[in-house]
Design a protein around this ligand. Structure first.
Ligand code: HPA
Ligand code: ZN
Length: 332
């Protein structure tokens, strides 16, 4: 159920959400049946009992395993529409969603199936859900660089409606510097650039993402707080950070939601936004993140309004769409 977002007059943009991470347990079983995939789970409860994570890798193992049910363009379209419906109910009016082509092509699903399904849902999101949307291709940083390079070549040749490139999966030991050439090529082709950095990895990975990949936003970035000079730079340059509070708790980046530094980050002047990351795995969508922050850390209505404005300003929506969204809607 969506939470009440009436107190926020500016609508929300969600900028950090992996569409494969919005694959809910019920849809996993439905798609398994549709595609005759045998799941290693007895039932929904058995599957749900595995959503206990100790770190990023323990989550990634389940995240990749569950993708085995995604086979056809229709599967990807259904998955994306289910996310749009739930996000729109929670107050999201613009969404930029990550997807991981390598996770699908590596198990034999043609890139075209992935792009057709996602592309269909994105093309219809305004008409169906009053929500503008875009796709960001996520490189799996723990796979070989030449594979990422080949994937980018195929993607650009496909003419798919992708607006940006990102970098995700296991962070520690896989620094942004490895992907400098891939990002340079993507940016030269007109893609926006973002990267996961400073989730489990050190603040230096955030610097690398900015200096070597030329990113416009940092995904997570929470570990910037360990480096005052870096925080100064992020504030000065208004680099958006797409923070994911419930994810941080589930992946043990932060002990408890009550300890989350989101209010300190806002007070410090960082351009933070709140996002759901992998909502089917981490206990909630973006409105759930905001509602739980209100209860756990006392997030105020004014802070929530700042987060909403930041999310629109940090988005890759057109200037006209941003103005429309920032115009807001009347408070109820
Ligand atoms: O939080 C994340 N971090 C890195 N990779 C990911 N892929 C899905 N979610 C994540
Ligand atoms: Zn993420």
């Amino acid at each position: 159920m969506a939470n009440d977002v009436a107190a926020t007059t500016t609508p929300l943009a969600e900028l950090h959400m992996h569409v494969e991470g919005s694959l809910e347990p019920e849809l996993i079983f439905e798609l398994a049946q549709r595609n005759r995939v045998t799941l290693p789970y007895r039932d929904l409860d058995d599957l749900r009992s595995r959503y206990e994570f100790t770190d990023l890798q323990s989550f990634l193992d389940l995240y990749f395993a569950n993708m085995s049910v995604l086979r056809t363009a229709a599967d990807f379209a259904d998955l994306t529409r289910a996310y749009f419906a739930r996000a729109a109910a929670g107050g999201v009016r613009h969404a930029e969603i990550f997807f991981n082509p390598q996770a699908h092509t590596a198990r034999g699903v043609p890139l075209g199936e992935v792009l057709d399904g996602l592309g269909d849902a994105v093309a219809a999101s305004e008409a169906e859900f009053s929500l503008s949307s875009g796709l960001i291709v996520g490189i799996l940083r723990d796979r070989p660089v030449p594979e990422a390079d080949a994937m980018l070549t195929d993607l650009l040749a496909s003419g798919a409606p992708v607006i940006g490139i990102g970098l995700d999966s296991a962070e520690v030991g896989n620094p942004p510097s490895l992907f400098a050439d891939v990002f340079a090529r993507a940016r030269a082709a007109g893609l926006h650039a973002v990267a996961h950095a400073g989730e489990e990895g050190p603040p230096d990975y955030i610097r690398q993402a900015l200096d070597l990949l030329g990113v416009e936003r940092i995904d997570h970035g929470i570990r910037c707080l360990e480096d005052e000079d870096l925080v100064d730079r992020l504030v000065r340059d208004r680099v958006p950070l797409t923070v994911c509070p419930l994810s941080n708790v589930r992946l043990r980046v932060v002990d408890r939601l009550a300890d989350h530094p989101i209010r300190a980050m806002l007070a410090r002047g960082l351009a933070v936004t709140v996002n759901s990351d992998d909502p089917a795995y981490f206990g909630g969508y973006v409105d759930d993140n905001l509602a739980q922050l209100r209860d756990a850390v006392g997030l105020t209505d004014a802070e929530r309004e700042t987060l909403a404005r930041n999310s629109i300003e940090a988005s890759f929506a057109s200037a006209a769409r941003k103005a429309e969204l920032l115009g807001g809607r009347p408070a109820r």
